[in-house]
Design a protein around this ligand. Structure first.
Ligand code: NDP
Length: 334
């Protein structure tokens, strides 16, 4: 049994991650660290967690702890990963890995030096839809991918209208929250890296102190694919989607930029439209935990690695810089 500890009594831990860890046959949650005794107790009761801590070093000393899942607000990912690595714990860290590329690089190096596995919790690449899109591109089903359009504009639920819209120190804003996911998903599907970006952002009703709640932009990939993206916290009725237009055909994926295992894909060639058959859907986070557990056991890599987290952060930071400076930005990787 692989024993996981959770840092942060967060929404993502409560809604997805603790259940995902406990549902995998080879892992269980044994400890939780929270700054709030009330939240800690509520989590303990709801999920039957052995032990709740309020001190990071005591938490890391929990007997037989193997893996730490870091689901705190973004500014804590860096110090908590460094502490976990120096305690010889494997780390699955939430996105964005950190607020700067140098911090993220330090996290990756610390885990590598400690000889522990580090992964990034980019869930979307676990979806059957995105995996099928990647497969179709690799099988040349649409020829050369020329253009992509990503629709990831949603309404931020009221219970999440907190640090994301008002706390710059926590890495607020839609770019570090959503554009990182678009980046990882497109890198995964296209098997290519972003070369440059141009973007513009706006505050359209939720962002405070000038924090962006909406962004539109274009990523240019090394092989020439142009990807247009719209990410937002204030669009309530659009649904999400992803289109890939190739030299021979186009793919239209609907309702796929989401935490839930839903969505469909159509392939269009001239006027002929055919639905793409998908394997049975599964929980995206359970797949992430399963692959992380396997990596801990020495079998392969996490679904999204530490390197994937570095790449998506580099692109998101470039998008932010482009929106702030009104310039096209060449992505600086670590
Ligand atoms: P939350 O705002 O729910 O929680 C963040 C932290 O705030 C918690 O760790 C908790 O710390 C504290 N907290 C929780 N509830 C409250 C409250 N009511 N009042 C004050 N503090 C509270 O964050 P999310 O779960 O939305 O996001 C956490 C991380 O996960 C972020 O890095 C985010 O980017 C990422 N994320 C990833 C997703 C994915 O699909 N990969 C999806 C959603 C988020 P403590 O217990 O120590 O007090």
């Amino acid at each position: 049994m692989i024993n996981w500890g959770i840092i942060g009594a967060s929404t993502i831990a409560k809604q997805w991650m603790i259940n995902a860890i406990n549902h995998c046959t080879d892992s269980q949650v044994v400890a939780l660290l929270s700054q709030s005794p009330e939240r800690g107790k509520a989590f303990q009761e709801q999920f039957q967690i052995q032990r709740i801590y309020s001190n990071l070093h005591e938490f890391l000393a929990h007997p037989d702890l193997d893996v730490v899942y870091i689901g705190t607000t973004n500014e804590y990912h860096h110090p908590q990963t460094l502490a976990s690595a120096s305690a010889q714990k494997h780390v699955l860290c939430e996105k964005p890995l950190a607020l700067s590329l140098s911090d993220a690089k330090q996290m990756v190096e610390a885990c590598s030096t400690a000889g522990v596995v580090m992964g990034t919790n980019h869930h979307l690449r676990n979806a059957v839809t995105h995996r099928k899109l990647r497969q179709l591109i690799q099988e040349n089903a649409i020829g050369e991918p020329l253009a992509v359009r990503v629709f990831h504009a949603v309404m931020l639920p009221p219970h999440l209208q907190t640090w994301r819209i008002n706390n710059p120190n926590a890495g607020a804003g839609v770019i570090l929250d959503i554009t990182v996911h678009d980046t990882d998903t497109l890198r995964f599907i296209l098997d290519d890296e972003v070369e440059s970006v141009i973007a513009t952002s706006s505050t359209q009703g939720l962002g405070q102190h000038g924090i962006d709640d909406s962004v539109m932009g274009v990523m240019k990939f090394h092989r020439g694919t142009l990807a247009q993206f719209h990410d937002s916290f204030v669009i309530g009725h659009a649904g999400t989607g992803l289109e890939i237009h190739g030299t021979e055909a186009s793919l239209f994926a609907t309702d796929v930029m989401t935490q839930r295992p839903i969505g469909s894909i159509m392939l269009r060639r001239n006027d002929h439209i055919e639905p793409i058959e998908l394997p049975p859907p599964y929980n995206l986070y359970e797949r992430a935990v399963h692959s992380f557990n396997q990596a801990v056991l020495g079998n392969g890599q996490p679904a999204a690695t530490d390197h994937d987290g570095l790449q998506s952060l580099a692109v998101a930071l470039a998008v932010k810089q482009s929106a702030d400076t009104h310039q096209m930005i060449r992505v600086q990787y670590a």
